[in-house]
Design a binder for this molecule. Structure first.
Ligand SMILES: NC(=O)c1ccc[n+]([C@@H]2O[C@H](COP(=O)([O-])OP(=O)(O)OC[C@H]3O[C@@H](n4cnc5c(N)ncnc54)[C@H](OP(=O)(O)O)[C@@H]3O)[C@@H](O)[C@H]2O)c1
Length: 361
């Protein structure tokens, strides 16, 4: 097997931790000797041992002269657990293959350096892009202190996210919708506009068995979220935030009585100030947000420059209708040169539906 193939196994290990490591990164590790995999493991949960430590501690075989493939540069500092560089040095491992460099200022290059100064050969950048992608939330949050925002929508082949009557359930098939629930596991927050709450009365929960729910964030400038909505009715069980510009203390208290956290921001043309909201959510340790629309909020989010990635599902059907909404509404741009531009997408299929993932250029 090639170094890339071993690293891909480490990536598959890493993603097993999705939804449980935040605000830590996803990390996987594979120990190999003479072409045989001695052990593989991952970072299971925030606060628990890192991938390298798990893989080394649970390895039943002699690691003298072995290689380890790690998706992220090993840490060299004391955090909630001891440095991974130390246990690698003690294990007898002689070569370390690294995927991503760690942007955490406490590690950044120092992990690799410590290994080298202890006589270990370090090979960096193996499947770097793939390793970077699994930790896009972590990399963004640690450098910006605001959440990584992925704008997700499902549309028809003619670019509609609802019919002319506003009905949108369902556009894609079951397999694609199940993948959305996996995404809800990846991001610690999920955000929609009040328009979507009023139209769809969504739950915005994660329906993966045993999965934790993201924190629900409703952008509701004038506090119009109905008390009989699913969001308010379930706020006792699912953490919920309403972002508003309203200063109506009495009404705010009614929401807080229902276990909802109300965040006030400055008034941005009558709406919630999204940049200010991102700073406040970052301070609350929300590192990633799945933005699930609708079109009005999506346009504002793009305009505010808070969107880092698009997750666009396309179903092989057409709704038509001049009045039917598209994923991004608002006033739009005037000329093509003003378009929001993204990189070449990653493409995957879910039965008959397509998922296109674009990252900001
Ligand atoms: N297919 C899909 O993937 C999908 C996903 C989501 C929604 N939908 C569909 O989309 C439709 C709802 O979309 P929509 O565009 O009408 O509503 P929306 O984007 O969900 O909500 C828009 C509202 O959010 C509030 N808001 C608060 N802060 C804002 C800000 N900074 N910028 C913009 N808006 C802000 C505004 O009202 P206030 O200022 O008064 O608060 C605004 O009217 C429904 O038909 C729903 O079914 C489809």
């Amino acid at each position: 097997m090639t170094d890339e193939e071993y690293m891909r196994i480490a990536i598959n290990e890493a993603i097993k931790g999705t939804g449980y490591t935040s605000p830590n990164p996803l990390v996987g590790a594979v120990i190999v000797k003479d072409g045989k995999i001695l052990n593989k493991d991952y970072h299971h949960k925030y606060g628990e041992f890192h991938a390298e430590r798990n893989a080394i501690l649970n390895c039943k075989e002699d690691m003298q002269g072995a290689d380890i493939y790690v998706t992220l540069e090993p840490c060299c500092h004391y955090g909630k657990t001891p440095p991974c560089t130390d246990i690698i040095i003690e294990s007898g491992i002689k070569r370390v293959f690294i995927g991503s460099a760690d942007p955490n200022p406490l590690v950044a290059g120092k992990g690799a350096e410590k290994l080298r100064s202890n006589g270990i050969e370090v090979i960096e950048g193996v499947l770097k892009d793939e390793c970077d992608k699994i930790n896009d939330v972590f990399f963004h949050y640690i450098t910006h202190k605001t959440p990584f925002v992925a704008m997700k929508y499902a549309m028809t082949a003619d670019g509609k996210i609802a019919t002319r009557t506003g009905a949108s359930q369902w556009i894609t098939g079951e397999t694609a919708r199940e993948n959305v629930h996996k995404s809800r596991l990846k991001y610690s927050g999920i955000m929609v506009g009040i328009g979507t709450v009023l139209k769809d009365d969504p739950m915005l929960t994660c329906r993966i068995t045993g999965g934790r729910n993201p924190i629900r964030i409703i952008c509701d400038s004038k506090l119009r979220t109905p008390f009989e909505s699913n969001i308010v009715k379930t706020a006792g069980e699912v953490p919920t935030i309403i972002a508003t510009v309203s200063e109506d203390k009495e009404l705010i208290e009614k929401y807080t009585d229902k276990n909802i956290t109300v965040i006030q921001t400055s008034d941005d043309n009558g709406h919630v100030d999204l940049n200010e909201l991102m700073i406040k959510l970052g301070e609350m340790k929300i590192d990633g947000i799945l933005l699930e629309g609708g079109g009005e909020l999506n346009f504002s989010a793009l305009k505010a420059g808070i969107v880092n990635k698009i997750e666009c599902y396309i179903a092989p059907k057409i709704f038509g209708g001049t009045e039917a909404k598209s994923p991004v509404g608002g006033i739009g741009v005037d000329v093509p040169d003003e378009a929001f531009v993204f990189e070449k997408p990653d493409v995957s299929f879910f039965d008959d539906d397509i998922l296109l993932e674009w990252r900001l250029k």
